[in-house]
Design a protein around this ligand. Structure first.
Ligand SMILES: [Zn+2]
Length: 214
């Protein structure tokens, strides 16, 4: 099997996301760029993830053309490949319709701010307005919103898109974005919402950046 390593990593990640409740049914998709070749392993479209095998994961090029695998690649290929083309620092991309992030992507004034220190690394850069799923339009808007160093963005009436230098980092961005959405929503409902002070967030981001530079 070609590209077994990246196919296995994508499969493991999607099963983990299903296990954690971040992905339900066949919604959501995950992609990973190969370290050597300009190819991307991505979950297939409309196939249940449970029971899937590594060879069922599709292989596309960086323009989204289907190269290998028995099933059609995810319809959200343009969003994943657009981010991978625009951001050489990014290898893995995760798109989910996780419930709380999706709720927080709907309202005005629901900007997510860190509530706990680990969340500081993954603060979503904002909310992308709704455009048709699978379109180049939504892909362009996600790329624009993420900019040079964004790790997570919410998409109105759709979900979220997260990325990282490897699969572990992209999954962490997804998990912490959902955690931020959960904690923010319940704290606001209880009337006890108090995000971390901005100065502390700034210092945490410096510490995180320094760690990554080592
Ligand atoms: Zn979607």
């Amino acid at each position: 099997m070609k590209y077994e390593n990246i196919r296995k990593q994508v499969l493991d990640a999607i099963l983990e996301a299903v296990e954690q409740g971040l992905i339900k049914g066949t919604s959501g998709n995950i992609a990973l760029r190969d370290d050597v070749d300009d190819v991307v392993a991505i979950t297939p479209s409309g196939i249940p993830y449970k029971g899937m095998k590594p060879e069922d994961i599709a292989i596309v090029d960086l323009d989204g053309n289907w190269l290998d695998g028995p099933y059609k690649p995810s319809s959200e290929v343009p969003m994943h490949t657009a981010v991978l083309r625009a951001r050489p620092d990014i290898k893995a991309t995760v798109h989910t319709h996780a419930m709380y992030a999706t709720i927080m992507a709907m309202g005005e004034g629901t900007e997510l701010k860190p509530i706990t220190p680990p969340q500081c690394e993954f603060v979503p850069v904002g909310v992308v307005p709704f455009t048709m799923p699978g379109s180049n339009d939504v892909a362009d808007k996600v790329v624009e919103a993420l900019g040079k160093d964004g790790r997570a963005v919410l998409i109105k009436n759709h979900g979220m898109f997260c990325c990282g230098k490897n699969m572990k980092a992209a999954m962490a961005a997804t998990e912490y974005t959902e955690e931020m959405a959960v904690t923010t929503m319940y704290a606001k409902m209880l009337g006890v919402y108090e995000p971390m002070p901005e100065e502390a967030v700034r210092k945490m981001k410096e510490l995180i950046a320094a760690d990554q530079a080592v």
